[in-house]
Design a protein around this ligand. Structure first.
Ligand code: PDD
Length: 277
């Protein structure tokens, strides 16, 4: 993180100069929500949708925030670090500092805000996923920093030689470790519906909104057994864009990234990202 600039409670500082109290509820309870806003060549992708989701997360945990100030800080972080670069701004809002640790929060706490910007490099690693039971809580629609379930599952998979997970509840696919899941079957492009206790990913939303005329895009429950019949399984997120999975469960299922529907959709989406924002 050396050299990166951050913003803490409105002050722009090098990351190493930001000091946070251990009584911050971010530290004791992960009582905080966050956003990851992608920038392509310095231009934000769907900033309005990210701010809208940030507000929704704040509302869900009863946090009051000046969203225009947040927007200005995100834009300034990007301006300083991402001009003509591709990367993202991470921005988190925490309930504030407790006097003593208490599950019940005092109503006069002042929310703490923290953000930084960084450049992303696209990975060329082979993407190997493990299918795992989704052990997370029941409100994965809130973009909470409390990601212990994801962290436990992803690291267990990593110890076992996989770099991704595809989670399911009762056999139905929910999402991946930090992205949404799609599968292509006979030219149909299917993703689990939002009701499946998943994050309403903005990349997912952009795909469904702008490509449903040209592709058969469906929000449908996906059983893990269907992964065996999929032509391609791919993930979407603000940092990954569209990224294909190469194999699942130690080569049990392998996918062909040259699949024409996948190539056409990925090309169209990348063109859209480069021209629409
Ligand atoms: N993750 N599902 C989960 C659990 C996620 O953490 C994310 C994003 C997504 C995709 O959402 P979007 O398309 O809006 O980025 C789905 C971010 C990038 C992260 O935590 O780093």
């Amino acid at each position: 993180m050396e050299g990166l600039q951050g913003v803490f409670n409105g002050d722009f500082l090098p990351l190493e100069d930001i000091k946070i109290s251990p009584m911050s509820r971010a530290y004791t309870f992960a009582d905080a929500i966050y956003e990851v806003v992608p920038f392509i060549q310095g231009r934000p992708v769907a900033l309005d949708l990210h701010l809208k989701r940030l507000l929704k997360s704040c509302k869900a945990i009863d946090l009051d925030i000046d969203i225009l100030r947040v927007q200005r800080e995100i834009e300034k972080l990007a301006q300083d670090a991402l001009t003509n670069n591709t990367g993202y701004v991470y921005y988190q809002i925490t309930r504030g500092q407790d006097r003593v640790r208490n599950h019940l929060y005092a109503l006069d706490l002042i929310p703490e805000t923290f953000g930084y910007a960084t450049i992303t490099k696209q990975t060329t690693r082979i993407q190997k996923a493990k299918i795992v039971q989704d052990i997370r809580w029941g409100r994965c629609d809130i973009k909470s920093t409390a990601l212990l379930g994801n962290i436990m599952l992803m690291n267990q998979a990593n110890f076992e030689g996989a770099n991704e997970i595809i989670m399911h509840r009762d056999g139905l696919v929910t999402e991946a470790g930090s992205s949404n899941v799609f599968m292509i079957m006979n030219r149909k492009v299917i993703t689990p519906p939002k009701e499946s206790n998943i994050l309403a990913g903005i990349t997912r939303e952009l795909l469904l909104k702008h490509f449903s005329q040209d592709f058969e895009l469906l929000e449908e429950a996906c059983h893990i057994d269907a992964l065996a019949e999929a032509d391609v399984v791919f993930l979407t997120s603000s940092t990954k864009g569209i990224m294909a999975i190469d194999q699942i469960q130690d080569n049990k299922y392998c996918f062909n990234q040259a699949n024409s529907t996948f190539v056409e959709l990925k090309t169209a989406f990348n063109n859209f990202l480069n021209t629409a924002f």
